[in-house]
Design a protein around this ligand. Structure first.
Ligand code: PEP
Ligand code: MN
Length: 615
């Protein structure tokens, strides 16, 4: 061994010794600090105070900086250490506030991450769960992002931690892709800073402060099976998914709504929507909680501008606290709302029943609720290729702007024709394409939603399913307009609450349909409640159309009821028409002939004209 080598060895031994002392002291001091932090958390809770005290944190930073300068330590190094300590403290207190003993299930949580042992994902996961729950978590690495997400979706793990953006490479949009098609919620976020090469085990090099090194910060999202909004007093962030029509200024109007209520945006990403090229999809992160002002007010305005507004999750703002500590910026956390109670029953204002500007619902180019009265026509059921192609041609040439046709039919008797199912869907789509007509068809079961949403332009919820809440919930998260029919014995209020399920899930595009209700009267199949149409027009911003066919039950009664619907102010009609009604497999007594449609068009025109509307 050379002399130099032996000197080096000695120096290294000394370093090891000093490190040992640092660790011992740090263990003792940090342990004590965390104990005190918990006590402070408990005091804050009983005092009903805020978790974050920006003034106090600023004062701490100043003191540390001063001490660092006096003892000749790098100020930057001291600030980084303090930042980590404060973040850790705050989360420890958060746990006290949220009541860590609430978890009945005391088993160790399993968390999926994407990558190898000691990769950034693994380390970020360890950091987050160090403070999220006592006892940490079992971390399970997966080779692909898809497998990581699937782990939590299938229940194999309790959570999945996935990267969403990186300071050097930006955002790939891959995780957003998974969020769209699942009902996973974003329940937390974490940031992890590593060196550029990001090799396993080299993470300690963040302490190397050579100016050439570019910090590589990755932001992670924690996904879970259900929403876990943070408790009152915790500074929160909310992630939103929005879809907008390709029309001038739609995004600008949304952003203006956030600006108007002074809601901070921390991220906005746009993603192409390949299946519907005229629509844009945005992922927006904002500060605040959707049920509390000012975000609540801003979202009310934003809803009116977009087709779909889904809250992907509300979670403690981890990245904001880092920013705040770095720049010493002050902010006031949103005050918890008095209405949010601990036992989970919240008074949430309704979205469907609201006096606001009438909304135009766009469905593949057709506008409901504008100056143009919409006529939807077609057979009760798709029966054959020839029948639906013929029907499409017939209704198109007589003023219809959308084609109806049931593929999955709700029949009172199990022995009646039940529809052609998936084959019927394909035929309806073919006929619609052939004649330039968007299509509407009924969805009976939750499991059919994805299939039908891929081929039809509007999904109909039939009268018998108006209060099928799991179906309504499923329709709340898709990006397709919903035609919601009034139940046979549903009140106007119940119809609006059914619409609320869809809107609350995020889907803003709901078209209401009055189709007659069950009364003591038997002269018509159902009693068409035109009074309800007038009421709905004053109680909701949603468009309202009328189905005179199922109310009338007889061909000769459809026309007068249809005209009355236009006169009372409905936004459109959905009528049954068949190229050969005598041979219809379903509802043949009420199916209109081609000539009936001609007469309907001719008689509607003067009524619409008197109202300043067109067909
Ligand atoms: C239909 O439109 O074919 C239908 C079954 O309607 P409703 O649900 O209104 O009875
Ligand atoms: Mn029918």
């Amino acid at each position: 061994m050379s002399k130099a080598e032996s000197h080096l060895n000695k120096a290294r031994q000394e370093i090891d010794q000093v490190d040992g002392e640092i660790l011992a002291q740090m263990g003792r001091l940090l342990g004590r600090r965390m104990e005190v932090a918990r006590a402070v958390g408990a005091l804050k809770e009983s005092a009903g105070g805020e978790l974050l005290d920006p003034e106090r944190e600023k004062a701490l930073l100043k003191t540390w900086a001063k001490h660092a300068a006096q003892s000749g330590i790098s100020q930057q190094l001291a600030m980084r250490v303090l930042r980590e300590i404060l973040v850790h403290s705050r989360r420890t207190q958060e746990r006290v506030l949220l009541g860590e003993n609430n978890t009945k299930d005391r088993r160790t949580l399993r968390v999926a991450y994407w990558g190898k042992l000691e990769s950034a994902g693994d380390l970020a996961c360890a950091k987050l769960f160090d403070t999220r729950c006592s006892g940490g978590a079992d971390r399970v690495g997966f080779v692909t992002l898809a497998a990581t997400v699937e782990a939590v979706r299938s229940g194999k793990t309790d959570y999945a931690l996935v990267p969403v953006e990186n300071s050097l490479t930006g955002s790939s949009g891959e995780i957003e892709h998974y969020l769209i098609d699942s009902d996973l919620a974003i329940v937390d976020e974490e940031v992890w800073e590593s060196t550029q090469d990001n090799g396993a085990g080299r993470f300690l090099e963040v302490w190397d402060t050579s100016p050439a090194r570019v910090p590589d910060v990755t932001r992670f999202l924690l996904l879970g099976p259900k929403h876990e909004p943070p408790g009152p007093g915790v500074p929160a962030k909310t992630s939103l998914l929005l879809t907008l029509d390709h029309q001038q200024g739609a995004l600008a109007r949304c952003l203006a709504a956030f600006a108007k209520y002074e809601v901070n945006l921390t991220r906005i990403e746009s993603r192409p929507q390949t299946e519907t090229p005229w629509q844009y999809r945005f992922f927006i992160d904002v500060e605040g909680v959707p049920t509390e002002d000012p975000l609540r007010l801003a979202l009310e305005d934003v809803r009116a501008q977009c087709n779909l507004l889904r809250v992907l999750g509300t979670y403690p703002a981890r990245t904001r606290e880092a920013r705040h500590l770095e720049h010493g910026a002050t902010f006031t956390p949103a005050l918890p709302e008095a209405s949010s109670s601990k036992n989970g029953t919240k008074k949430v204002p309704a979205q469907a029943e609201q006096k606001r500007k009438p909304m135009i619902v766009r469905a593949a180019g057709v506008e409901f609720g504008g100056d143009r009265f919409v006529l939807i026509a077609g057979p009760c059921a798709v029966e054959s290729r020839q029948q639906i192609l013929h029907a499409a041609e017939m209704v198109k040439s007589r003023g219809a702007s959308m084609l109806r046709g049931g593929a999955f039919k709700p029949r009172s008797s199990p022995y009646s024709f039940q529809g052609l199912g998936a084959d019927g869907l394909k035929l309806l789509q073919e006929a619609g394409h052939a004649h330039g007509l968007p299509t509407v068809t009924e969805v009976l079961r939750t499991e059919d939603v994805p299939l039908i949403a891929r081929s039809a332009d509007v999904l109909q919820v039939g009268a018998r399913n108006m209060q099928n809440f799991s179906l309504l919930r499923a329709l709340g998260s898709i990006d397709r307009p919903i035609l919601l029919k009034r139940g046979l014995s549903a009140t106007v209020k119940e119809l609006l609450l059914a619409a609320e399920y869809i809107i609350a899930g995020g889907n803003q595009r709901v078209i209401l349909c009055e189709r007659g209700i069950r009364t003591f009267e038997t002269a018509t199949r159902s009693t068409l409640d035109l009074g309800a149409v007038a009421v709905l027009k004053t109680r909701t911003h949603l468009p309202v159309i009328v189905d005179p066919s199922h109310a009338a039950g007889h061909r000769h009664l459809v026309l007068p009821l249809a005209l009355a619907a236009a006169a009372v102010g409905a936004d459109g009609l959905i009528v049954e028409a068949h190229p050969n009604p005598e041979e219809a497999l379903c509802d043949k007594e009420q199916a209109l002939h081609a000539e009936d449609l001609d007469e309907l068009g001719a008689k509607l025109l003067p009524i619409l004209k008197s109202q300043g509307r067109v067909l």
